[in-house]
Write a protein that binds this ligand. Sequence first.
Ligand code: PLP
Length: 368
Amino acid sequence: MNFSEKLLAIKKSHLYRSRKVSESAQDTQIIINGKSLINFCSNDYLSLANHTLVKESLKQGVDKFGVGSGASHLVSGHSRAHHDLEEALADYTQQERALLFSTGYSANLGVFSALSDELDWVLQDKLNHASLIDANQLIGLPLQRYLHNNIESLNKKISKQSGQGMIVTDNIFSMDGDQANIDDLQKISNFSNAVLMQDDAHGFGVFEPNIPKNSIYMATLGKAAGTMGAFVAGNADFIEFLIQKSRPYIYTTAISPAICTATLKSLDLIKQGEQKAKLLANIDFFRNFSEAIGLPISKSSSAIQPLIIGNSEKSLKISQQLFEQGFYVGAIRPPTVPKGTERLRITLNANHSQSQIEQLLACIKNAL
Ligand SMILES: Cc1ncc(COP(=O)(O)O)c(C=O)c1O
């Protein structure tokens, strides 16, 4: 295997990915290579990752429970902190039970893994997150995707299926920021006797959860909640079934209990609504200002605001130029997004100031 040749080919096609090392906390202001930047590519939508109260709760959690969980949930790793967080998440989502996973990636794999003997078909939105696609492949069912947010396309595909099925969608789409129509999808699920699963990684904490009866809800805690991990919520029997059958749940170490005490504080702050109101005001301001200066930002009312560039080289160049001007904005390229839809993915946080947003948009306008 000639890896250097392969790496060269990736570089030549402008698809090479590299990491930037930050030397400060995840916040609206971040330090990279000694340079201070305004961070517009963090999923810390409610600015909770570096929130004083969340950090305090983490420290208290460490004092009480230590650092590591020490084992998987079914061995000895399931602490009071994990259990309390699961109950609080079930209460917040108004579901009978919730189950913690170590990451959103493993939660999605975990749901599919548990259902592998129950499902005859799965239909997924074309723009669903990579973890849902990988989960589908894990259980060996054909990957069938309907056109993005297109009920007609879904209906057409459903008419060709037989047996027990599952319809799977992101709620807020991770690279586009637009939203699925959960009510319509539930009607179709009811009609076709399929179960609906939604991945609300980017909606949790920002919008009220919309969880139809008998559906499956997954959300992550490393984005708006500012910590890490994920959970699945639903009927008590379904959650118990996951505990028995979900290999990505069973065969992994439970997250740190202190992360759970911190997340409990995040959940309190989410319920209080102050950070959420600031974020929603920033989204409004961003959209109005970009429209006023004629920037063609895609339609999105979430914290994810994409600007389609349509070319990897140009997307990278603009991202680099913004970096030099003090703004951290990611260039998103294939295979994360389809070829021809390369973009800047601007993410808004509660603690951005309007002046930071104005400056960013003016620099983008200039760069274009
Ligand atoms: C829609 C969606 N689902 C799942 C995940 C995976 O979550 P995690 O980062 O917790 O593994 C992500 C994260 O990037 C995501 O955007």
